[in-house]
Unconditional design. Structure first.
Length: 277
């Protein structure tokens, strides 16, 4: 793939490793990937695992790339960006941040300004190739570069664009925080089934498979969730009674309230983070 883009990762944590693994499973080659991090022993483990090139020099890593994925913690992002700014201002790669809360304008300023830059909000199921990522690009990003971002992040799940950066807060409250909502439902179902006499491990396996099956059906079906729900609800049956109990208990309103709380906290954290840099 001599015509393939070279992609560099600044940062080598769990999410970077998940993305690299997904890329390699979907046609990318290790020879086209660079990774930098401060811990050389960790980098050697990454190199041995994936067959990628590694370095402890962020500037050198960035210099190799058509796309630079910033995969460091938000708290150190300013220092990292300012350090590599002279290099990327010269080479002009596509910059991609997977850090929550740091706005594109702030990142671009730290990088020296005027660069094509995309923000990606991946979620934890990306670690098992089932992620859901929200994408935003500034005006400098070309259609070809957008396709590059899509290709990389579709390799660990699904990646969808939003038109306005502010909508990434809504993505955070949905797919970013969302796995925990479903884990809470799993926990509650397991507890209820255990109290009814099912062995805890059996209850957990049944609950997990039920959730996975429902998600698979929703993804494949031409029907919306409301119709899928009705398809399970026989008149006067067990499901109908359970669903009515959820509805009467205010489940919809509680979900909206929880979603709004996550949305608001995402906005607050972005302001807090910007103020600390």
């Amino acid at each position: 793939m001599s015509t393939s883009p070279t992609i560099s990762f600044i940062g080598a944590g769990n999410m970077a490793s998940a993305i690299i693994g997904g890329m390699l499973d979907n046609g990318f080659k290790g020879a086209d990937i660079w990774v930098s991090a401060p811990d050389d022993s960790h980098l050697q483990s990454i190199r041995n695992r994936f067959g990628v090139s590694v370095t402890t020099d962020n500037r050198y890593c960035a210099q190799q790339a058509d796309m630079v994925i910033l995969a460091v913690k938000p708290q150190v992002m300013a220092d990292v960006c300012r350090d590599i700014a002279p290099v990327v201002q010269n080479t002009r790669p596509l910059m991609v941040s997977i850090a929550a809360g740091l706005e594109a304008g702030t990142l671009d300023e730290w990088l020296g300004g005027g660069l094509p830059l995309a923000r990606v909000m991946p979620n934890t199921p990306s670690l098992v190739g089932k992620g859901a990522a929200g994408l935003f690009a500034n005006d400098q990003v070309s259609d070809k570069q957008k396709k590059m971002v899509e290709t990389v992040f579709n390799s660990i799940g699904s990646a969808l664009w939003v038109d306005e950066e502010s909508l990434l807060h809504a993505v955070t409250a949905l797919s970013g925080s969302g796995p925990a909502y479903f884990f809470l439902m799993l926990e509650a179902l397991e507890d209820a089934a255990t109290e009814a006499g099912i062995a805890p491990e059996t209850a957990r396996q049944l609950a997990i498979q039920t959730m996975a099956g429902a998600a698979e059906m929703a993804g494949r079906s031409e029907h919306d969730p409301a119709q899928l729900k009705r398809n399970v609800m026989s008149p006067g049956g067990t499901t109908e009674r359970a669903v009515h109990t959820f509805e009467d208990g205010g489940l919809r309103e509680l979900v909206k309230k929880a979603y709004s709380a996550a949305f608001s906290r995402s906005e607050e954290m972005a302001k807090e983070l910007a103020g600390k840099q």
